[in-house]
Design a protein around this ligand. Structure first.
Ligand SMILES: NC(=O)c1ccc[n+]([C@@H]2O[C@H](COP(=O)([O-])OP(=O)(O)OC[C@H]3O[C@@H](n4cnc5c(N)ncnc54)[C@H](O)[C@@H]3O)[C@@H](O)[C@H]2O)c1
Length: 363
């Protein structure tokens, strides 16, 4: 296995308490959206530690709209992992032979890259609305132990300066009709459904709002900024910023983020959490600078950073100017706090890519 990925997975495991790990003993986990970026990491985590943790079965579903990765075929060969082609928005969950045995549900299916959700807006909405609804209906009386719904920091839209860092009670400043609405608004409605089903059926649903993850598993063709910059470094071409570089974000490395997702899944009660890193909040220009510096160290990168207008007309429409989470709630309730700062995370991501290239597994 890739050395960086292996170290990262061990780091993620070390973020769980003994009590949390014990909850996975005998667990049967259903995962939707297993072929994406977060799917890559979570599936590798389960492949690596599933037996050790006593996980009994993993039913992993994806419609493979954005491709069918080779790594998933390998993981699907493990005897406790069952990978199925399944569209969560339109296929019948009851038709899956093992679905009713599953007691932990992770609903990740939903295209997350703005470029691709603008290309497939109705499919994106469907996964978050009808896909979620069908899972909630199916599992509402099955006595499950945990249900994790992936919402997004995008539900906050473009907060004003007083609401940065943004806590979970901020109500959002979001367009219902803009080019990002298929994603933002379906996540918002999804959260409402989770709250209603948790109240009415006493379901252990936990909602996470991820803030800008990056790292191993992110495809170079993903078209989110950390992937675009990594692609430029990898190809030794200039980094192209498609904005003036002033919007700010905090970037949470995948190995840290997945600790938060697992803690939330195993929490087993209704609640909602920002999962991300609270600092540093940096501009896209500063992120590009980090990539250039780390690219020099890792790849001998010789390019520099340029600004260009995006070809996609709506690329910057309703793009939030600032995004930074208040993570106090996740810290006090889940005992979760991300540790890996962006410079270290970018370096690890690039080292991971370098090693993957040597093993010819770049996809
Ligand atoms: N990665 C982040 O930084 C981030 C930030 C905010 C929210 N999220 C949320 O986390 C989840 C996972 O994100 P990601 O980065 O892995 O996304 P991704 O786009 O890389 O992967 C999503 C996967 O879901 C699958 N999918 C989409 N619709 C489906 C359907 N109807 N049926 C079955 N499979 C379907 C896609 O084929 C893809 O493999 C998403 O719900 C996303 O909205 C992620």
């Amino acid at each position: 296995m890739n050395k960086i990925l292996n170290e990262d997975l061990l780091y993620t495991l070390s973020g769980l308490t003994t009590e949390e790990k014990n909850k996975l003993q005998g667990a049967q986990i259903l995962i939707t959206g297993c072929a994406g970026f977060l799917g890559y990491y979570i599936m590798h985590f389960l492949a690596r530690f599933g037996n050790e943790l006593g996980v009994k079965r993993v039913v992993a579903l994806d419609n493979f709209k954005l491709g069918s990765p080779k790594w998933l075929k390998q993981i699907g060969n493990l005897d406790f992992v069952d990978v199925q082609t399944f569209d969560v928005a339109s296929d019948d969950i009851a038709s899956l032979p093992d679905a009713d045995q599953c007691n932990y549900i992770i609903h990740m299916a939903s295209i997350a890259s703005p470029h691709f959700y603008r290309k497939y807006p109705i499919e994106t909405l469907d996964a978050n609305i009808w896909g979620l609804r069908s899972l909630l209906d199916f599992y509402k009386d099955k006595g499950i132990k945990g249900f994790l719904f992936y919402s997004s920091s995008e539900i906050y839209g473009d907060p004003d300066a007083e609401s940065i860092p943004t806590d979970e009670e901020y109500r959002g400043f979001v367009s219902a009709t803009g080019p990002r609405a298929c994603y933002d608004e379906s996540k918002r409605f999804g959260e409402t459904m989770c709250m209603l089903f948790a109240n009415q059926y006493n379901m252990p649903i936990t909602v996470v709002r991820p803030f800008n993850n990056y790292g191993p598993g992110m495809k170079l063709s993903d078209q989110r900024v950390p992937a675009d910059f990594a692609k430029n470094i990898y190809e030794n071409s200039d980094i192209i910023m498609l904005s003036d570089g002033t919007p700010t974000r905090t970037f949470c490395y995948i190995a840290d983020a997945v600790v938060g997702y697992l803690k939330a899944l195993l929490y087993g009660k209704y609640d909602y959490f920002n999962i991300g890193i609270s600092k540093p909040e940096i501009s896209i220009r500063e992120l590009a600078k980090i990539y250039v510096e780390k690219g020099r160290d890792v790849f001998g990168y010789a390019g520099s950073c340029k600004i260009k207008a995006a070809e996609e007309k709506e690329y910057l429409t309703h793009n939030p100017q600032r995004r930074c989470p208040n993570t106090q709630k996740a810290k006090s309730v889940l005992g979760y706090e991300a540790q890996i700062n962006v410079a270290m995370g970018v370096e690890r991501f690039l080292k991971y890519l370098k090693e993957s290239a040597r093993d010819e597994v770049i996809w």
